[in-house]
Write a protein that binds this ligand. Structure first.
Ligand code: ARG
Length: 461
């Protein structure tokens, strides 16, 4: 078995169960390429500052690149003996380049090393998630552009409220996702700071150049305080928090799609590529995709909570608790990416809006009642008075099994002399929507402007 790097001080080997308990190689293998990249920068810095020779530096870089190739070819599979990815790479490096390999860890600790790896990893993931968010926005945008004049009931309290343009509804999500994209961009700035060179906690006795490694690794700056550099995970908490908010947004849309695809709503049809059947009920077509998205939201929230609790009682500086940050991050990244991909496919090719059913829905309810009140208010009747009057009309119409459009002009005039024959136009669903032309509202002109604005948001950075 492999000798532990720290074993000289120890008389006997770790209990095998404790070795397994302590090891992180089972999951931090995910960081391997970032670990190698970070080590290459460190090796170059050691050579540049004369801490090791130029030749040793070159040996280290070549050996590290070779490990990268071995890993990519599936030939590097460190086991539990390696303990973690940092020891695994260092051990292999020493096998490959001999004594020079033993110099790699000069002026470095696994504490600043793992902090560096995690930030390099997260920064890549943020970039990938941001481009997925953009793609998702593109799909929402296209769907909205095709449905400016498609009407859908708008709800409050899940009760029919006022009809809206389907595009308006979809653009609401577009804007949420826009903020998610912006939020991750802001967090990226705080992820992209180098802790490398913080050492174990207090810095190092060697004449290192932290700015040089930061530059090699494309970090925007370096942690000003070595204890802070190795011990905080606020950047990870921010990421998990932004991820949780992304999941909230996805989950709300998922919930709506689940409702819309039910027989009761019947607003969308799920296409066969994105729906599944039942093992027993042959008629079923289930919305598994949005259900899974809604379900998986919980684990991302859990990871945020877990990370907050992990951090709250930690004295400075590094504590082994911090090793437990990784699975939460990795799982959140995987979950967010998977859900974004699935929702993007679902909305771009996995469902169809049933437009005739939607048109019928908005025509057969009382969601134009506000417009009757507005009609009177616009003709000088105080709004509250108009509101009360229309409430009465709704009550009597409901009792008579009628809709507002079924009232005769005589009936309208009886209610209030201000009603004229244009009341019928005023309460037609498309007019009800078109009339809400205040900035940010669902009026068609507003929605067309909102689409234009969304298009420039999409191409912005
Ligand atoms: N595998 C460890 C982690 O993920 C590396 C750092 C270990 N440092 C230490 N002092 N034990 O945090």
């Amino acid at each position: 078995t492999q000798q532990k790097t720290w074993s000289q001080r120890f008389e006997s080997a770790l209990h095998p169960a404790i070795a397994r308990f302590n090891a992180s190689i089972g999951f931090d293998i995910e960081l391997i390429e970032y670990d190698i990249t970070g080590s290459i920068a460190h090796a170059k810095m050691l050579a540049k500052t004369g801490i090791i020779s130029k030749q040793e530096g070159e040996q280290l870089v070549a050996g590290l690149e070779q490990i990268r190739q071995e890993y990519r070819l599936g030939e590097f599979n460190p086991g539990i003996d390696a303990e973690d990815i940092h020891f695994a790479v260092e051990h292999r490096l020493t096998q490959l380049v001999g004594d020079a390999g033993k110099k790699l860890h000069t002026a470095r600790s696994r504490n600043d090393q793992v902090g560096t790896d995690t930030r390099l990893y997260l920064r890549d993931q943020i970039t990938q998630i941001r481009s997925q968010l953009r793609e998702f926005q593109g799909v929402l945008f296209n769907l909205a552009a095709d449905n400016v004049e498609t009407l859908i009931p708008g709800y409050t309290h899940l009760q029919r409220a006022q009809p809206v343009s389907l595009a308006h509804h979809l653009l609401a999500y577009f804007q949420m996702v826009q903020r998610d994209w912006e939020r991750l961009g802001e967090i990226y700035k705080r992820v992209n700071i180098s802790p490398l060179g913080s050492g174990a906690l207090a810095g190092t006795t060697f004449p290192i150049d932290r700015h040089y490694t930061a530059e090699l690794l494309n970090f925007d700056g370096v942690y000003a305080n070595s204890m802070d550099g190795v011990s905080d995970r606020d950047f990870a908490i921010e990421f998990l928090s932004a991820s949780s908010i992304i999941m909230v947004h996805l989950s709300r849309l998922a919930e709506e799609i689940i409702l819309w695809s039910s027989q009761e709503f019947g607003f969308v049809t799920l296409l066969d590529t994105c729906a599944t059947g039942s093992s027993i009920m042959p008629q079923k077509k289930n919305p598994d995709v949005p259900e899974l998205v809604r379900g998986k939201t919980g684990r991302v929230f859990g990871h945020l909570q877990g990370m907050l609790v992990l951090m709250k009682g930690l004295p400075l500086a590094y504590n082994k608790d911090l090793q437990d940050d990784k699975e939460a991050l990795f799982d959140s990244v995987k979950t967010v990416k998977g859900c974004l991909e699935a929702m993007t496919i679902l909305l771009s090719e996995g469902l169809e809006f049933r437009t005739s059913r939607l048109a019928q829905a908005v025509a057969e309810d009382f969601s134009n009642a506000t417009d009757v009140a507005d009609y009177l208010a616009a003709r000088g009747v105080p709004f509250r008075e108009a509101y009360n009057l229309v409430g009465k009309v709704v009550k009597t119409s409901l009792a008579a099994g009628k809709l507002l459009k079924d009232l005769s002009l005589e009936e309208w005039k009886e209610l209030h002399p201000a009603f004229e024959s244009d009341i019928y136009d005023a309460i037609a669903p498309s007019q009800v929507v078109a009339a809400r032309n205040s900035y940010g509202g669902t009026g068609f002109d507003q929605v067309r402007q909102a689409l234009q604005a969304a298009q420039s948001q999409l191409s912005g950075d």
